[in-house]
Design a binder for this molecule. Sequence first.
Ligand code: GLN
Length: 483
Amino acid sequence: MHNKSINQLAKSLRAGEFSSVELTQSFLARIKQHQALNCFITVTENVALENAQRADAKIANGDTGLLTGIPIAQKDIFCTQGIKTTCGSKMLDNFIAPYDATIVTQLNEAGAVMLGKLNMDEFAMGSSNETSFYGAVKNPWQTDSVPGGSSGGSAAAVAARLSVCATGTDTGGSIRQPAAHCGITGLKPTYGRVSRYGMIAYASSLDQGGPMARSAEDAAILLQAMAGFDNKDSTSVDRPVPDYQAGLANSIEGLKIGLPKEFFGEGLSASVGAIIEKAVEEYRKMGAVIKEISMPNLKLAIPAYYVIAPAECSANLSRFDGVRFGYRCETPKDLTDLYTRSRGEGFGKEVKRRILMGTYALSAGYYDAYYIKAQKIRRLISEDFKKALADVDVIMGPVTPSTAFGIGEKIGNPIEMYLSDIYTIAINLAGLPAMSIPAGFAEGKPVGLQVIGNYFTEDRLLNIAHQYQQATDWHQQIPKGFE
Ligand code: GLN
C-alpha cells in the first residue's frame, strides 16, 4: 500500500480495502525499519494514530476529501503546536511552538495524518542536509551520498516510501535540489502563493513552502491544500487558487520551451546534460517547440544570493538571543555573555558563517557595495526572466550540475557547496515557480529536469510535469531495498 498514489489511496480507504489506521501503522513501521536514513527528527506516533482513527470515522461518515487519512510528514521548519519544532538546530532543540503554521493547519483540516517532523539543514542553510544538528540524512538511492538539502529529510522520506508525501521549503533550491537527488517531484510555488506564517524564517524575501511528492498528480493534490491567501502573512497573495488536478490532462501540443544556453555550459556534468537533452526531446515528441534563449545575468545569481540571503538571515536569526526562544547557555556572567554564548553554542558552523557574512554586508560602509549592488543584480535577473518568458511558455534545464555527491565530499568547502545551487537560485531571486521532475539516472542516481514558469502558473507546470510522467516511468522507480 505504500506505493500507491494519493488518488489510489483515497479510493482504497473508501472501498474499505484498508483503514487509515492500518495505512498509518504500515508507514510508522517503515520509518522504524529504515531509521538509518535519519529522515525524521521527531516521529509523532501517538498523534498520528489518533488522527488516523479520526480520519477513519470521517470516511465512514461519507467524507470525500482526497487527503483524509493520508499519511504525510512536515519539514521541521513548520511550527507544530505542542510538538517539537527544531529547524535542524541545537538552538531550537527544546522548542515547542504554541501554534501551528498555516500550512500545518491547512493539511490537518484537509484530514492528512502527520507522521512526524523531517530532518533538514540547520535553519534551511545548506545543499546536502549535512548541517543539521541531528546529523546527515542518507540518500536512499546510494546511502553514502547526500539527499540534497535543505529539505533532505523530506525528499529521502518520500523516495524511500516512509511517507506518501511531504512539505518542503525553498529559499534557493531546497525543494527542487533534494527532489532531483532523490528522484521525486518537487514544486517551489510562486513567492506568496503558499503562506509562510509559522514557517521559521531564513531569508524572508526568498522563502517559499511547497509540496514534495512522488508524482505531479500527488503534488497537485498537496498544493491544493496548501495554496491560498493568509491574512497572517503579509506577503501572501490574495488571488484565486485554481483546481490543480483539473488541468493535468491538458495537451501540451505547441508548448514553447526555452533552453537558456547558460544552463548548459561549463560546470554541467556530461551525464546530467545528456539526460536533460533526452527529456527535452521527449517534450518535442509530445508536440512542444524548442527554442534556445540566453539569460546573460544568470551567472550573477550565486554572488547576489549569497549576499541577500545571509543579509536577511542575519536579521531574522537575531531573535535567537537566549532569552526568548530555545537554547540558553549555562550560568551566564552577564547579559552580553548570555547573548554571545547562547548564540555561539546554539548555532552551528554554517549558520554562524551566514550570520557573519550577512552582518558584514549590511554594515555601514559596505551596505552600498554589497547589499544594494546585490539587489540591483536581483532586478537584472528578474528582467532576464521577464524577457524570456514573454517569448516562451516555460524554461527548462537541469536542477543540479551533477548527481548527488558523497557525504562529506563538499562540507569542508562552502564555495563548492554553494555552486551546487547554480541552476535553482535565480528562480528564487525572481520569485517564480519551478519544478523538479525525475528524468533519468546517471551513475545509478536520479537526475531532475527543471521546469520554470511565469508567476502563478503552477497549474501549467503541474500539467507539463504530469504529461511527461504519462510518457515516462522515471518517477515510478523505487530505490533498492525500499520497494
Ligand atoms: N542551498 C541554499 C542555501 O544554502 C538554498 C537553501 C534553501 O533553499 N533553503 O542557502
